[in-house]
Design a protein around this ligand. Structure first.
Ligand SMILES: [Zn+2]
Length: 337
């Protein structure tokens, strides 16, 4: 049986059993409790009661299987049988699918802890610790060309973008650590190490995508490190790992990825492939908040035009800098200037 269908059936049975054993899940905001259920050894929360307990109003559409949850600050759209959540218009991928049982949606407690809570209650930096220095990592270089599309090599375009981001960051008053500023090879291990040795407060890695299946795939995706114990967004499940050095900044990594992705989506006309998780080597070893952006597909005509043109690159760089600045404002909120 299809896994999603099996999940649905189990949820349905559990909900039916629960209906006899205890009162139906809360529907009014005053109840203040989230009803929970255990499935395959994992804790799931009833989304409607979670929303009510957290001061959200929810609107359920049985036909599309979508639950819209909103308050005056945030608007979240959940869809049954997917790992996608749309948060204020930005796609964020969860670690586990949202399950449906009758007119209820259920999401994993793991996702509440590792994704929703940090995004809804972002971390705040120690007032003594200001973000002043940004490490910019141009992907690939030297003997490693990255993706190749015709005569175009990814390493060249990531470098041109990195140099433009450097210019704009300096103009905004920030210090920049360039992991490479020429066409040279740097190992994946050395990249976060250089950032650390030179006192960077943030690590932003720049890449471009290629699709082996042709020109249809397009858009931007922003990766942060997969939290311990979960599968990465592009895995088919089962590839989990323990706590890695980069996991000490899980909450900051996610919020940085979200702010960057949101700025790019707002300012550049690139399709939204979402905030994702992966265990890229650079991210696993970074000791400061770190993200990797795949800024479009060299194999897609629309994306490629932006990647190869100076105006496209400059606009994309501005969006990246705006994302960095909005993350800085977010984690330094309430601090004296
Ligand atoms: Zn790359």
């Amino acid at each position: 049986m299809d896994r999603a269908l099996l999940g649905l059936l189990i949820v349905f049975l559990l909900v039916t059993a629960n209906a006899v054993a205890k009162p139906a899940p809360a529907k009014s905001p005053s109840s203040g409790r989230t009803s929970k259920t255990i499935l395959n050894g994992r804790i799931y929360s009833d989304l409607g009661s979670w929303a009510a307990a957290n001061g959200f109003v929810s609107r359920w559409d049985a036909r599309s299987g979508e639950l819209l949850v909103s308050n005056r600050w945030s608007r979240l759209l959940f869809k049954a049988d997917t790992k996608r959540v749309e948060m204020d218009g930005v796609t964020v991928w969860l670690s586990y699918s949202i399950l449906r049982g009758g007119d209820h949606l259920y999401f994993a407690q793991y996702d509440e802890d590792s994704t929703l809570r940090p995004l809804l209650n972002p971390p705040r930096n120690d007032p003594k610790k200001k973000i002043t220095t940004i490490a910019i990592n141009a992907g690939h270089g030297g003997k490693d060309p990255g993706n190749i599309e015709g005569t175009r090599q990814e390493k060249l375009y990531t470098l041109q973008l990195a140099l433009e981001v450097e210019r704009q960051l300096k103009r905004a008053g920030l210090k920049v650590v360039m992991i490479r500023d020429t066409d040279k090879f740097v190992t994946l291990e050395d990249r976060p190490a250089i950032a650390r040795a030179r006192g960077a407060d943030m690590f932003v890695s720049l890449h471009y995508n290629c699709s082996p299946s042709g020109g249809e795939a397009q858009g931007v995706e922003t990766f942060c490190l997969t939290p311990a114990g979960a599968s990465s967004t592009n895995d088919r499940g089962g590839n989990s790992a323990g706590f890695l050095p980069g996991n000490r900044n899980d909450r900051e990594n996610l919020c940085l990825a979200y702010e960057l992705h949101r700025a790019v989506r707002r300012e550049v006309d690139l399709a939204d492939r979402g905030v994702r998780r992966a265990r890229f080597r650079e991210l696993t070893l970074a000791t400061m908040p770190a993200v990797l952006i795949e800024g479009g597909f060299m194999t897609n005509n629309d994306d490629a035009r932006r990647i190869y043109s100076e105006t496209g690159r400059s606009r994309y760089a501005t969006a990246i800098v705006d994302g960095i600045l909005s993350y800085k404002r977010l984690v330094e909120r309430g601090q004296p200037e």
